[in-house]
Ligand binder design. Structure first.
Ligand code: HEM
Length: 239
């Protein structure tokens, strides 16, 4: 979509749910990745993994019913469009897209599919469902996703430079420069707030089910006392 001939102004491209989804996804993936190896942080890892799954499920729905640039139909393109876009970058006259460009969309779809794969294999492993190698697939997918994220970041930075457009800022504020009639009308802040409340509520519920350190200590010391009492009883009998 060319915006070069029209007068540009600040227009809203990303609605609030897309932006909240994106940054919660970044937080959940980063947190889950960093806590993956530790037994101590297991509940945090699992909680952030489920959050990732919930966010992706939300985005699937929003990709159908959401605003213009959030819809999959507006940015998921076939290989022809991707090649055309990549060729245009080399020609020095890069095609400009107000929403996701076709190459960026490939990384986005891949990230979403890998995210679902990670959540499904993680759930199966955590709940002892299915064969043991699912755990290996889980690790492999998580590391593969890290590679795709590196590609995603490279794409974001290079597209920002090519188009002289700060894409990261747009993913924070929702705004880009474009023709007045190309912006979205509503930001759907209430949906974004509902998403944040759902995530915080889920985290709170998970926190409630976490083993309390005090209760653990009390139980342990009670168990030690019981064992000691049993031992002294045995000693008395044998004396
Ligand atoms: C865990 C790491 C990350 C994942 C899984 C991820 C995933 C995604 C996804 C799924 C989208 C599509 C958003 C949508 O339409 O709903 C997206 C877009 C985007 N992401 Fe990320 N992202 C990650 C990290 C980052 C980071 C660290 C940055 C910036 C520093 C970033 C910047 C962007 C930008 C600017 C877009 C919009 C690209 C465009 O204009 O087409 N992402 N990302």
């Amino acid at each position: 979509m060319s915006t070069q001939e029209t007068e540009l102004q600040k227009i809203r491209i990303w609605d609030a749910p897309v932006r909240v989804f994106h940054w919660l996804l970044v937080f959940s993936f980063a947190g889950a990745y960093l806590t993956a190896e530790s037994e101590y942080w297991r509940l945090v890892h699992v909680t952030l993994g489920y959050t990732l799954g919930g966010l992706l499920a939300f985005r699937l729905v929003w990709g159908v019913v959401g605003t213009r640039y959030a819809r999959f139909s507006s940015f998921v393109r076939g290989p022809g469009a991707v090649l055309r876009y990549l060729k245009s970058l080399r020609s020095g006259q890069p095609e400009h897209h107000l929403g996701h460009n076709p190459a960026g969309a490939v990384a986005i779809v891949l990230l979403m599919l890998m995210g679902f794969g990670i959540v499904a294999t993680g759930y199966a492993t955590y709940n002892d469902l299915g064969p043991d190698w699912l755990g290996e697939v889980h690790d492999l997918l998580a590391n593969g996703m890290l590679l795709v994220i590196a590609g995603h970041l490279f794409g974001v930075v290079s597209a920002s430079l090519q188009h002289k457009e700060n894409l990261v800022r747009a993913m924070v504020t929702g705004y880009k420069a474009g023709a007045a009639d190309q912006g979205i009308r509503r930001t759907w802040a209430t949906v974004a707030v509902a998403l944040v409340i759902a995530v915080l509520g889920f985290w709170w519920l998970q926190w409630q089910s976490a083993p309390k350190p005090d209760a653990g200590t009390a139980q342990t010391s009670q168990a030690v006392q019981t064992a000691q009492a049993a031992q002294s009883g045995q000693n008395k009998v044998s004396n």
